[in-house]
Design a protein around this ligand. Sequence first.
Ligand code: SF4
Ligand code: SF4
Length: 348
Amino acid sequence: MPSEVYFKSVSDEASRNIALSKILERLPVFQKNSIVAIKITVGDENSRLHINPKLVAMVVEKVKSQSAKPFIFDTNVIYKGKRMNAVDHLNLAYEKGFSPKDIGAPFIIADGLSGLDGREFQVDYKHIKKVKIPSFVGVVDNLIVLSHITGHILSSYAGAIKNVGMGMSCRSGKQIQHSSVKPKIISKKCVMCGACINICPVNAISQKEEKAFIDSKVCVGCGECLCACLYDAVAVNWKEDIDVFCERMAEYAFVILSKFKNKFFINFAFDITKECDCIATANEPKICQDLGILASGDILAVEKATVDLLNKNEDIFLKAQKSNSYLGQLNYAGKISLGNLEYELIQL
Ligand code: SF4
Ligand code: SF4
């Protein structure tokens, strides 16, 4: 039986609030006084097109109207920037309008000061044998995931599965998911500008015989050097490295979501940029027209509906990036029963 996916189109900025109000009419009813975790990302320092805090505040308000207790959360990232530790991350969030006063709920960095706090679980999947996730996962019953749809340097598409699989894991979990990604330098293209060396969070890149060189034993596969190189001199094996990366993310998402009773996923399919909010620059161009807001209790159904609607005429993510590995991720997610690939689109 197909899963229900709710959809409300948007035409301009003013219509976004109206669209979200309609979508929120379909929010599950949470038990009175129960805690509701709301996953967001505030984006990196320079990103401007992440989900507007006013939309997040609307979700908070709706949860409070049910007499439930919402909190907002994100986790620390594994690359350089202001989201590498909870202090800088929270200060950045507040600067961007995500303070508790602005959004009406506390904001926590769920994996602690530096991404080390969490619980480990043994699992037995094709790629993942152990996960490390924030300790509130398994304690709180209710989860709402707010995802800004964008392109992505590795998987080409970033939506709810990335927001959960990657965005809800501790630092070591993120590293495990990235561990199949092993970029190499194409020497003849490298002009030794040093950009990759400066951006690498673990100092895996050095200069060797006047070219950059990546020590694969040190590299954690974050993909930042791919983005930093303007000379196309950093390469990954899209077919092998990235396909495994996408499957690992789906496995992580499965484990995390299995620990919540009530789930609701809202995909914001507007202001869609080539790079995700972790990398996007202040003037990041949009890669397609705004679509609208989609939501479902089924993470896979909402992802499939989102990409189907966006790619109606052509694969916009493949056009903007180098691969469409995310399609393999969706199929793999179906195989491991992360959700349902079949959906019924309900226009609101
Ligand atoms: S960013 Fe590219 S061109 Fe510059 S040093 Fe690194 S690999 Fe070479
Ligand atoms: S070498 Fe590239 S992919 Fe590896 S950790 Fe450094 S920046 Fe990330």
